[in-house]
Design a protein around this ligand. Structure first.
Ligand SMILES: [Fe+2]
Ligand SMILES: [Fe+2]
Length: 334
């Protein structure tokens, strides 16, 4: 049986694929500038500069859109932690280093653009946003924290290239879905345009990682498949644990920004199909066992989707009935 490749061997073996995909990315990426996406004429001073401080009535966004925007922005804000994790898993040299820096610069643009938009348009409370950013960035992000929180510290004790490219493939695609749908619920043309632009970037990022990870599966299927299985089974968005994470996550799931079925059908399956995980015949015993376990996990997830949707439908119906009743009360009193 072939032995597992070391981190260094993997980096050397996959360097040509990384280079090819950096070049692909650079040829596909569109230049864009955050300032072009912000309606600056809606801006005005806050009280510290003799203007008016924020209050809820100034926001044009509904509660769900505000929660999603804050979640997406705080997720982007934690970039220094992601940069560290990716840089540790990759290399600072060659195409690997070029990618890490270019990707970091593009991700930084996302946070800049969303923050400028939200503050200028007074869409969210800037004090609450800044306080949450401080808490979230001080906590930082690390794959170890994520698995510790799930009570399975054994899962990722060996973080490296394979773990990083697998996780980020799914995370970039998840972020794309989340930005895209947040733009839709904002019901505001500038926000939608900005988030569509960012979602297009996230898709290109996903393609880079998906191609590198696909090449790793071809190179060392027996070594890579258990990693793919572990990453999927323990997947959590990188923003997990940020202030109001649970509350905002429930709102986003309830209103179709990011829910379990989207995770399964728009994030997990398209990538697994592209890698031909369930069609390939190059696995040994460890790869076979991991694929089988993953298959069962995906079946269970499908059942969980149905359960979640039934609960969601009931809860939304109850809320609609409550709103109708409240409206009736108002109309009989007027
Ligand atoms: Fe981003
Ligand atoms: Fe991205």
């Amino acid at each position: 049986m072939a032995r597992n490749l070391t981190q260094l061997e993997l980096l050397i073996e996959l360097e040509a694929v990384a280079e090819q995909n950096v070049n692909r990315h650079l040829s596909m990426a569109k230049e864009w500038h955050p300032h072009d996406y912000v309606p600056w004429d809606e801006g005005r001073n806050f009280a510290a500069l003799d203007g008016t401080d924020w209050e809820l009535g100034q926001s044009k966004l509904n509660e769900v859109a505000r929660a999603a925007m804050i979640t997406n922005l705080l997720t982007e804000d934690n970039l220094p932690s992601y940069h560290r994790t990716i840089a540790e898993g990759f290399s600072r040299d060659s195409a690997w280093g070029t990618w890490v820096n270019r990707w970091t610069a593009e991700e930084n643009r996302h946070g800049i653009a969303i923050r400028d938009y939200l503050v200028v348009t007074r869409s969210v409370d800037p004090v609450e946003l800044e306080n949450a950013r401080m808490v979230h960035m001080t906590n930082g992000y690390s794959p170890y924290t994520l698995v510790r929180r799930q009570g399975r510290p054994d899962l990722l004790m060996n973080t490296g290239l394979l773990q990083s490219v697998t996780y980020v493939t799914f995370q970039e695609l998840a972020t794309r879905v989340s930005h895209r749908n947040t733009g839709r619920v904002c019901d505001e043309a500038n926000a939608d345009r900005l988030l569509q632009r960012i979602a297009a970037d996230e898709n290109l990022h996903m393609i880079f990682y998906r191609n590198v990870c696909g090449a790793a599966l071809d190179l060392v299927p027996e070594q890579a498949m258990p990693v793919v299985k572990d990453i999927i089974m323990q997947f959590q968005m990188p923003g997990a644990g940020m202030p109001n994470w649970r509350r905002n996550g429930v709102l986003m799931a309830k209103h179709g920004i990011y829910d379990l079925r989207q995770h399964l059908e728009e994030v997990l399956w398209p990538v697994l199909r592209k890698w031909q995980v369930f069609e390939r015949n190059d696995f040994g015993p460890a790869g076979e066992a991991a694929r089988e376990e993953l298959g069962e996990f995906l079946e269970n997830l499908k059942r969980d989707c149905e359960r979640f949707e039934e609960q969601r439908d009931r809860s939304l119906a109850r809320e609609a009935a409550r709103r109708e009743k409240a409206a009736d009360l108002v109309s009989t009193r007027v």
